[in-house]
Design a protein around this ligand. Structure first.
Ligand code: ADP
Ligand code: ASP
Ligand code: MG
Length: 803
């Protein structure tokens, strides 16, 4: 070879990194321009289009539109990318190639067949075009650029269905090619090679990664960087598992296992060539080059997780050979796998029952029929004599694999995997642990595979304090809550491992649903632009995801109908948090069912803010009761508006004047009669009385409706109170037997309610323990900030309960 080893960096660019002229531009910034070997895939979509045309020819359908689209795609990029003189030259080359392709396809169509050799020739065309375009583009920099068609130096042959490299011949041909050449960069076609007979072939779909690894070995490169469209190798396919994240470091063997068991981001053959010389591999995102990516090496960093990644293989059949009369199953097993081997079928997974009455294995669906036919043909003798009773096939399967070096010797991994699947109600059809103990694989029903990946991922990777959140009613309180969460979310994550995934926001008209956490700085615009009409069923289905271990709905509406759905949410396993009092103060039977269900299902229903906003009323009461205290009486001023009206009365103003003033100050509902009716007040007391254990309803409350009181009547009351050195208060009382009254009372000056000023609320708990001196809670009992903070505290309380 021309240069000393370890001078070169090999870069491989996948199809999406070459999808448009802009992507070619971006790619330049990722290169240094010196000592670089650049291996390219075809421009995004090209190989698929070439395959589509082959299929069309074989099916006798028209391929011309696909061909002209392909021509246009390449000519457009050339036009945008290259200077005029180069444009003409390369456009001519493309046009000539397209016309040659057309001839090949037309004659295949005529003959009704397209032999593998021709197919390989057609399929490999994309890489030749992309490499030529890139060479032209990079040559503009006055660099010494060489274009290399890999099929002139790379020689392969097939052995037992595997593609093998003739290393000696390839190295010699490459050395020969490089002799007396100086270069800054060599652009090499990925995916294509030659047979030993010199016919162009391919390395199989997705094979450019393999090409790059081969050239990394041939050049004895310093490192191999695979540029793709994701930030690295994820803990699971990010399209299927939205909480998956990048694995920063992997061993060669782990990467191989992940790739072999389905992680499409890396071709499984990529590892082989670089393993012996320990050439490190980086998987990086050409769309986000600053992300560190995944580093594959022989000494990976220690990971905090017991498994490194999850992968899956779709479209798999499970074949089960059973026979109670089988003696010496090992003999039969050997025969079975020999038959499959001779038929050229690779077995993905084997599991054998210890009873030795059955052998079960998985093959790709494309091989099922030939596997079964070959087995039936060759095991006829055993079947006729009933040594083998049947060969059963299930074509609707998929395989999930957990991979990681550290699985070796770690107890309980299969247990955890099975447990996660069982919790999600997923049946395991077969299971196998590789002898390397680097892989545990389970076969599940094909339709269950995404759910399986998501739930197993959540089980292994996510902090138990991860929760999927849906917020209904982003009005004043709801939007304040979102703002408060936004400002704390990172801190909660880094300090307490609390992951709050806001995945849905719904108002009365629209809803915003997202698998990734919603951006809390732009949610309002996104919700307004959302195409989805509000639909509670779809909303809850979305919030309850297999990706994330827990789900909560926060109802920030004051809507009675949403409250009627809590039971259903809880039945589905969704926790509920709300400031909405309707569920707790409405129909008694519904309330009781709600309480019973939350106790039996271990699903939490938190509603601190239903009474006096963020003041710790419900929690205090619950703590008293749980620790065995008994409530004698509760007194309360639980309306900020009414509190204000009565604290202004002693100043000599008329009641109606104070009401207008309160309205102006924004203390009342838009229609003050709603406050004056005392209904909201009564609801809060019903909530509290029920919390204590009284079976009461709103109709049982003896309520003084202030709408009926005149200024004169009020004046009489206030004068009478003054004469007795007392103050008026609109207060509620829950007696020890659960009677609730809400009325105007004249109270001595030293009564705590007489000290209330402004809009403050106050609750007085008279209990067995707090007897001589009652327990008093006082403070603002309304307002968006304090209510939202109370809901936020409920959310964090909920997270602390999760396990
Ligand atoms: P390229 O064209 O660059 O070779 P591929 O499409 O072959 O890219 O591979 C990248 C894709 O692999 C990603 O976009 C992603 O959809 C898919 N993928 C599957 N499993 C994983 C995984 N575990 N980590 C990252 N990507 C994965
Ligand atoms: N272009 C080929 C394919 O699409 C090879 C590759 O991209 O790796 O399969
Ligand atoms: Mg690829």
């Amino acid at each position: 070879m021309q240069k000393a080893s370890h001078d070169y960096n090999v870069h491989k660019f996948g199809g999406s990194s070459l999808a448009t002229a802009e992507r070619f531009n971006a790619l330049k910034a990722l290169l240094t321009g010196k000592n670089e070997i650049i291996v390219v895939s075809a421009i995004h979509g090209t190989t698929n289009a070439l395959q589509t045309m082959i299929d069309a020819v074989l099916n006798g359908t028209d391929y011309s539109e696909t061909l002209s689209n392909l021509e246009k795609l390449h000519l457009d990029i050339i036009q945008k990318l290259l200077p005029p003189h180069q444009q003409t030259e390369l456009s001519l080359v493309i046009k000539k190639d397209i016309s040659a392709l057309n001839k090949l396809l037309a004659s295949a169509k005529k003959s009704g067949s397209c032999p593998k050799e021709t197919q390989d020739l057609i399929l490999g065309q994309g890489e030749i075009w992309s490499a030529k375009i890139l060479s032209g583009y990079l040559a503009e920099n006055k660099k010494n650029i060489i274009y290399l068609d890999a099929s002139t130096v790379l020689f392969t042959y097939e052995k037992n269905g595997m593609i093998c490299i003739d290393w000696q011949k390839s190295q010699a041909e490459l050395n020969h090619f490089l002799a007396n050449k100086n270069f800054d960069q060599i652009i090499i076609t990925g995916f294509i090679a030659s047979t030993l007979e010199g016919k162009r072939t391919t390395l199989g779909r997705n094979g450019s990664d393999f090409s790059a690894a081969i050239f990394a070995k041939l050049f004895n490169a310093k490192c191999l960087t695979i540029w793709t469209d994701v930030d690295g190798i994820f803990t699971a396919d990010p399209n299927r598992v939205h909480t998956a994240f990048v694995i920063d470091s992997l061993s060669y063997k782990e990467a191989l296992e992940l790739a072999y068991f389905g992680a499409k981001v890396l071709h499984p053959m990529t590892i082989g060539p670089v393993l012996a010389s320990k050439i490190p591999i980086y998987i990086k995102n050409s769309f986000n080059p600053s992300a560190a990516g995944t580093h594959i090496s022989s000494s990976p960093k220690k990971s905090p997780y017991i498994i490194k990644g999850l992968t899956c293989i779709d479209a798999v059949s499970l074949i089960n050979i059973e026979g109670t009369g089988m003696t010496g199953v090992s003999g039969i097993a050997a025969r079975v796998f020999q038959i499959l081997h001779h038929t050229g079928i690779s077995v993905i997974l084997i599991s054998q029952a210890s009873s030795e009455h059955s052998i079960c294995f998985a093959v790709a669906n494309t091989h099922t029929d030939s596997a079964v036919n070959a087995l039936k043909e060759n095991l006829q003798f055993e079947m006729e004599r009933q040594y083998i009773e049947g060969i059963y096939v299930d074509k609707h399967c998929a395989i999930l694999s957990a991979v990681g070096d550290d699985m070796v010797g770690t107890v309980g991994i299969s247990g955890k995997l099975c447990d996660s699947l069982a919790k999600a109600n997923i049946n395991i059809r077969a299971m196998a642990q590789g002898s390397s103990e680097r892989n545990i694989s389970v076969v599940v029903k094909d339709t269950d595979i995404n759910k399986s990946l998501q739930t197993v991922h959540a089980g292994f990777y996510l902090s138990r304090k991860t929760i999927s959140i849906g917020l209904i009613g982003p009005g004043s309180i709801g939007s304040t809550l979102l703002r408060q969460i936004y400002s704390e979310i990172e801190h909660l994550k880094s300090t307490y491992h609390v992951n709050l995934y806001i995945r849905g926001i719904m108002n009365s008209k629209k809803m915003l649903l997202s698998d990734a956490p919603i951006n809390l700085s732009t949610w309002e615009t996104e919700l307004n632009n959302s195409p989805h009409q509000a639909d509670l069923k779809k909303f809850t289905d979305h919030i309850l995801t297999n990706d994330i271990p827990h789900a909560v709905i926060i109802d920030c509406t004051a809507n009675p109908t949403i409250g009627q759905h809590y039971l259903n949410f809880i039945e589905q396993g969704i926790h509920v948090i709300t400031p909405n009092k309707h569920a707790n103060s409405g129909d008694l039977n519904y309330y009781k069912a709600l309480r019973t269900l939350t106790h039996t299902k271990d699903i939490h229903y938190l509603y601190e803010t239903t009474v006096c906003a963020g003041l710790p009323v419900i929690n205090t009461l619950q703590d008293l009761l749980k620790t065995g205290d008994k409530v004698n009486k509760i007194e309360g001023v639980v309306s900020g508006t009414l509190s204000f009206l009565f604290s202004e009365l002693p100043k000599g103003k008329k009641f109606s004047e104070i009401i207008s003033e309160a309205k102006k100050l924004g203390y009342t509902e838009p229609d003050p009669r709603e406050d004056l009716s005392g209904m909201d007040f009564a609801r809060k007391l019903v909530c509290l009385a029920r919390e204590v254990g009284h079976d009461v309803s709103l109709n049982d409350v003896k309520l003084h409706d202030l709408n009926s009181i005149t200024d004169d009547q009020m004046e009489t009351l206030i004068n009478k109170a003054k004469a007795n050195n007392q103050k008026l208060s609109y207060m509620g009382e829950i007696s020890s037997d659960g009677k609730i009254t809400v009325d105007i009372k004249s109270l001595p000056d030293n009564h705590p309610f007489s000290r209330l000023a402004g809009t403050d609320n106050m609750l007085i708990f008279h209990t067995h323990r707090y007897d001589a001196y009652p327990l008093i809670i006082q403070g603002p009992g309304a307002g968006a900030e304090v209510t939202a903070a109370g809901i936020f505290a409920d959310l964090l309380r909920l997270v602390s309960y999760l396990s």
